[in-house]
Design a protein around this ligand. Structure first.
Ligand SMILES: NC(=O)C1=CN([C@@H]2O[C@H](COP(=O)(O)OP(=O)(O)OC[C@H]3O[C@@H](n4cnc5c(N)ncnc54)[C@H](OP(=O)(O)O)[C@@H]3O)[C@@H](O)[C@H]2O)C=CC1
Ligand SMILES: O=C1O[C@H](COP(=O)(O)O)[C@@H](O)[C@H](O)[C@H]1O
Length: 508
């Protein structure tokens, strides 16, 4: 069903700032092509790319057309439709930083020429630039009168560098736009399987009664990758895993897992519940900072480079490429249930999943088959890849005696008969076009999240020698992260134990 929150009288003009960059070619253009192919953008829309590199409309169309061949999945490529999509592309070369106001005036003239006699109206700005431009662009849009009441702006992550800078950014955006025009994107929320956590919890009667401190022992959330930082050394070294993945993506997954059911599924109700989770995060104590956070950095291992050997990384860098931490949610539902979260680069595989560990039965009366005792039930929500859900439980081994063995009940998306798991960016861009903010981060949520993580950043800043553990590239990270869980009798579920090469994805 196509949702329709907005009624636009004029065709969309989307202006992408950062049009020559990596995100635009790898994610945004393939996502827009998918929307075009499926007829999900109405009317004679236009996409205007903006960055400093000199392209004409024609040469930009040619550049993007070629990149689509690399970044659109082969089975979704259609030459004719790709050529047609490229005719919707335009380009305007300009400087966007300090003192760039005159260029925004010229951009406005270009946009006015494009709409002819019609008024400039239905504008969507997408900020895919270095974060240092996130404050100057809205200010310049305001100076040139491009912050029209019907316009919207999507801002990429990271929204801020810490609490203070996020607050300043919010002040700027809220002085230039109304909050309903600002779409802070976190592509994890656009993932079908992340949204499915809500469906699993709130569309099924059997899980919700168990979804609390009485039945759940602990929760693990993992989002790891088998690649290093690629060619993003300059960006990554000033960022690190906490800012790159935890403050946004991982904490969103915590919110989806822990939130109360919204009264209705609309942007306000949903986002109110997200903020309540962030506000309930138990503030980190000095003991937590010392003992319940483990950070690591990957080391050279065989043919794999170490982080400090990557291009753009200082040779004595102490930036974390791995972080594991224990967090608590101080409310009636979750008090006393640890949430262990971790992310890392150069791990054995790419996997994002949530593992909910239920409490064991109070008394064990059966034998275990082959010494493998299924002591407690586990529910695994695999966000990517091999998307799906598995419930692990104990059953009797057929035959004499009464031995129990762990078995699985599972659902995987690939068994849906080839229905593709939709792309996160397509979903989110379409939501923005339709005026649906549900899956975008509200200003108070972004601040509440930074508020929780700020003490960690301050602690590392003030204690530059705080522990940073090396781990060989291609392994599961520092052993200290296992130690951290022992006090709760817990351990990480490292999937894919039998992988023979790191390009292999593991079975769910
Ligand atoms: N790449 C990814 O996978 C992801 C990226 N992001 C976020 O998206 C944003 C963009 O990332 P990414 O595409 O990787 O970065 P890139 O460095 O590849 O691209 C940056 C873009 O900004 C333009 N630009 C930079 N400075 C200026 C300037 N002063 N005036 C005008 N244009 C400028 C560059 O073009 P030119 O040099 O031609 O001016 C280029 O088009 C970042 O904030 C990043 O955190 C978020 C999630 C994933
Ligand atoms: O935002 C980011 O996410 C990617 C991981 O996203 P995924 O959808 O591929 O799981 C990460 O590689 C990158 O460092 C980070 O900036």
């Amino acid at each position: 069903m196509r949702r329709q929150n907005r009624k636009d009288s004029h065709p969309l003009i989307m202006i992408i700032f950062g049009a020559s960059g990596d995100l635009t070619k790898r994610k945004l253009m393939p996502a827009l092509y998918a929307l075009h192919k499926e007829g999900r953008i109405e009317g004679d829309y236009k996409i205007v790319g903006v960055s400093r590199t000199e392209y004409s409309d024609e040469s930009y169309q040619k550049y993007i057309r070629e990149e689509l061949n690399h970044f659109v999945k082969e089975q979704e490529q259609d030459t004719k439709i790709m050529d047609d999509f490229a005719t919707h592309l335009y380009y305007f070369p300009m400087e966007m930083g300090e003192n760039a106001a005159p260029f925004y005036e010229k951009l406005k003239v270009k946009l006015e020429e494009m709409v002819g006699d019609a008024p400039l109206d239905n504008l969507l700005f997408y900020l895919a630039t270095p974060p240092s431009l996130y404050s100057t662009i809205p200010i310049n849009l305001q100076k040139s009168g491009l912050n029209l009441p019907n316009s919207r702006i999507i801002v990429e992550k990271p929204f801020g560098y810490d609490l203070e800078s996020a607050q300043k950014l919010n002040e700027i955006y809220n002085s230039v736009f109304d909050e309903h025009q600002v779409y802070r994107i976190d592509h994890f929320l656009g993932k079908e399987t992340a949204q499915n956590i809500l469906a699993l919890r709130f569309a099924n009667g059997i899980f919700e009664p168990l979804w609390n401190r009485n039945y759940i022992d602990y929760v693990e959330i993992t989002a790891v990758e088998n690649l290093g930082i690629e060619n993003r050394g300059g960006f990554y070294d000033g960022t690190g895993a906490l800012r790159d993945m935890v403050q946004n993506h991982l904490i969103q997954l915590v919110a989806l897992t822990a939130m109360e059911p919204p009264a209705t599924f609309n942007a306000d109700s949903f986002r109110n519940e997200v903020v309540k989770v962030y506000d309930s995060l138990v503030p980190l104590t000095k003991e937590d900072l010392d003992e319940h956070i483990v950070r690591g950095q990957y080391l050279e291992n065989g043919e794999k480079k170490g982080y400090r050997q990557e291009k753009g990384v200082p040779e004595k860098s102490r930036t974390e490429t791995y972080i594991a931490m224990k967090i608590g949610i101080g409310n009636w539902r979750w008090s006393g249930v640890p949430f262990y979260i971790r992310t890392g680069k150069q791990m054995p595989t790419k996997v994002t999943e949530i593992v909910v560990h239920f409490k064991p039965t109070p008394h064990q009366m059966f034998q275990c088959a082959g010494g493998n005792c299924p002591t407690a039930n586990k529910l695994i929500l695999r966000i990517q890849p091999n998307e799906g859900t598995v419930l692990k439980f104990g059953m009797k081994v057929p035959g004499p005696g009464f031995d129990i063995k762990q078995v699985e009940m599972d659902f995987t998306y690939d068994r849906l008969g080839g229905a593709p798991v939709g792309d996160a960016y397509s979903r989110l861009i379409e939501d923005c076009i339709l005026g649906d903010q549900t899956l975008f981060t509200r200003s108070d949520a972004v601040e509440a999240s930074w508020n929780f993580f700020d003490p960690v950043l301050k602690y590392w800043e003030e204690n530059p020698k705080a522990s940073l553990f090396g781990y060989p590239a291609g392994t599961w990270g520092p052993l200290e992260s296992e130690e951290m869980m022992k006090e709760h009798g817990a351990s990480w579920t490292n999937p894919c134990k039998n992988l023979t090469n790191t390009d292999q994805y593991c079975e769910l």
